[in-house]
Design a protein around this ligand. Structure first.
Ligand code: AMP
Length: 173
């Protein structure tokens, strides 16, 4: 299954800047069988786990998070870059390789005690997903797991997020 998914993930060299190999998941979205299989794999893993909320990380996390939430009968919550959400927000800043970034959710997105699944397309250093976990916990949510289509294991994001269970469909060692 992992090999099948890998066939639909395209390496784009030097995007968005020199030296980065961007893992492009648009071929997977383009292929109905592959996209369906990916969503099904996530849904199979989380059905019966009492997930109340699926939190998708901007922007490719929305593409996977929303159909997973729909099929689990859970709420969908967007985790967005600062300044994009229209209502009252709670935010968190985290360090990037150069500088920092801020993400936020609406103040009413997660209630105390809700079981939350965090979804993004890719786990690299774990900075983004780690910050999303903190944001959810700040609002009293319980992070059940973080789920990714792609994990770049050589960047050791999993170690950085050692307090949170991680699941990925495809791993690049
Ligand atoms: P990080 O915070 O380092 O784990 O980076 C994860 C976030 O950056 C995710 O939202 C990814 O979509 C994006 N990202 C980082 N590196 C890559 C890459 N090589 N290919 C595609 N997306 C990436």
């Amino acid at each position: 299954m992992e090999q099948m998914f890998k066939k639909h993930i395209r390496d784009v060299k030097d995007f968005p800047k020199p030296g980065i190999v961007f893992k492009d998941i648009t071929p997977l979205l383009h292929n109905h069988a592959a996209f369906s299989a990916a969503i099904e794999r996530f849904v199979d893993r989380y059905k019966g786990k009492d997930i109340d909320v699926v939190a998708g990380i901007e922007s490719r996390g929305f593409l996977f998070g929303a159909p997973i939430a729909h099929q689990l009968g859970a709420s969908f919550v967007p985790v967005r870059k600062k300044g994009k959400l229209p209502y009252k927000t709670v935010e968190i800043s985290y360090d990037l390789e150069y500088g920092s970034a801020t993400i936020e959710i609406h103040t009413d997105a997660v209630s105390k005690g809700q079981r939350v699944l965090i979804v993004d397309d890719l786990l690299a250093t774990g900075g983004t997903a780690g910050a999303a976990c903190e944001l959810i916990r700040k609002q009293g949510g319980e992070v059940v797991e973080c789920a990714f289509v792609v994990e770049l294991a050589f960047l050791c994001g999993r170690e950085k997020m050692k307090n949170t269970p991680i699941f990925s469909l495809v791993n690049y060692a």
